[in-house]
Design a protein around this ligand. Structure first.
Ligand SMILES: *[C@@H]1O[C@H](CO)[C@@H](O)[C@H](O)[C@H]1NC(C)=O
Ligand SMILES: *[C@@H]1O[C@H](CO)[C@@H](O)[C@H](O)[C@H]1NC(C)=O
Length: 416
């Protein structure tokens, strides 16, 4: 009975993939123009709309840490390093702090890695505090706003909450000294203590050159229906199960491991990037955090992202029409993924694929070296420019203080 059911769906699917292939080949489709809720903002040029002052810090806050472990140049948190490099040579940079709209403090808080290459965030709050102490005593600008015209790149799992476990991250909350600053972070989830209003959600870093090297001809048929590679359980950190990915990844595995429509596994093949270009749908379930580099990979490789992460706030959501390009599945509906995905009409799939083919959307997901117009660096600047001019309320009266330098966990107060 079960066999026949799957056999039937399999045939349906084969027909379906074939049909889409045929339609795709039948026309030389122009890419559709993207209209985000803020208009065609992906193509905005931030140059001339803002000036950024880059604080010069001792190299122990940035370059030295990188020298110690160059793996942070390629991991998914590398945006903090590339953003720094980009700003140093960006036309929006000003050497005159008096004319700056925004102040940037280059601190690499995710570059202290375990032997396995995972960031150890425990010292990050102390490091950040130390950097803020330094800029606030050496320059007058921090004290004028207590950070409200400063932005920080905090790409860790739960941003400036600095912990990879959600419960701990929530317990810690955003580092008190960053309460007024604008945070540029990968983490985004609505109504979450680790995402404050006015933050800019960015894509995680995925290596542009490596991805480019794995491109296959655009017309290659998409013969895989659903694709996923990654963990379903994290036995080491979540032995009881259910906590990791709030059980959503486990549910994907338990329900669909034997389903021929689902090409899912924990193996990470060398053809991973090619496989995504041969797939119609790519699963992007939450892990420890709601986000993962799969989002970027799916967009770059034209595979429709199936986002399973309730309340996620996606990168540059004011510019990228995520609802139009992706499919959103509630965590509690994972068991119905097969019916949800097979009942999407082919014309809807084709439209999503056409939108995904738009080069400006792919560009917005990447941090290339050197930078290119419209890339993620430029989208961050666009986001900062859209927050200007600053409200007058951000400027404090002389000697007025808002932040509490001794708030937060006692361990964070130790010198770095
Ligand atoms: C900013 O305020 C702090 C704390 O009130 C003070 O110690 C510091 O000297 C001030 N910075 C400057 C540049 O005046
Ligand atoms: C600052 O935070 C500490 C620790 O939570 C608290 O004891 C203190 O009363 C706070 N200071 C002010 C002025 O609110």
């Amino acid at each position: 009975m079960v066999f026949w059911k799957w056999g039937f769906v399999g045939i349906l699917c084969a027909t379906f993939v074939f049909t889409i292939g045929a339609v795709e080949h039948g026309q030389n489709h122009p890419t559709e123009r993207i209209s985000g809720s803020a208009g065609d903002v992906l193509e905005d040029n931030p140059v001339g709309r803002l000036k950024v002052f880059v604080y010069e810090l001792p190299s122990k806050y940035n370059k030295k840490i990188l020298q110690k472990d160059p793996r942070c140049l390629t991991h998914m948190f590398a945006a903090e390093i590339f953003m720094h490099r980009f700003l140093l040579s960006s036309p929006v940079r000003t050497l005159n702090p008096e004319e700056a709209d925004w102040f940037y403090t280059p601190v690499y808080t995710t570059c202290d890695l375990t032997p396995n290459g995972l960031p150890l965030p425990f010292k990050s709050p102390r490091m950040m505090r130390s950097a803020i102490q330094l800029i606030s005593s050496n320059w007058p600008y921090w004290n004028k706003t207590e950070g409200a015209d400063h932005f920080f790149v905090t790409p860790h799992d739960f941003g400036a909450c600095f912990h990879y476990q959600e419960e701990k991250a929530i317990e810690r909350g955003i580092l008190p000294l960053l309460q007024r600053a604008t945070l540029v972070q990968t983490f985004g989830q609505r109504n979450h203590v680790c995402l404050k209003d006015g933050s800019i959600t960015i894509p995680p870093y995925a290596p542009p050159q490596k991805m480019h090297a794995h491109l296959i001809p655009e017309k290659t048929p998409r013969s895989i229906f659903v694709y996923f590679r990654g963990l379903f359980y994290d036995v080491g950190n979540d032995p009881e199960g259910g906590y990791y990915a709030r059980g959503a990844r486990a549910a994907v595995w338990e329900n669909f491991k034997d389903n021929p429509l689902f090409d899912i596994s924990t193996d990470h093949p060398t053809t991973y990037y090619e496989d995504m270009q041969r797939a119609v749908f790519c699963l992007c379930p939450l892990g420890w955090a709601p986000w993962s580099p799969r989002l970027v990979e799916a967009v770059v490789f034209g595979c429709i992202p199936v986002i399973i992460a309730d309340e996620i706030v996606l990168p540059f959501a004011d510019a990228i029409p995520w609802e139009d390009i992706g499919v959103f599945v509630d965590e509690e509906d994972v068991a119905q993924l097969d019916t949800i995905l097979t009942s999407i009409p082919p014309e809807v799939i084709l439209r999503k694929q056409r939108l995904l083919a738009n080069p400006s959307m792919k560009q917005a997901m990447l941090f290339p070296q050197p930078a290119k117009p419209g890339d993620a660096f430029h989208q961050v600047l666009n986001g900062l420019a859209r927050k200007l001019p600053h409200d007058r309320s951000v400027f404090l009266k002389p000697r007025e203080k808002v932040l509490n330098w001794t708030a937060g966990p006692v361990g964070d107060l130790k010198p770095w």
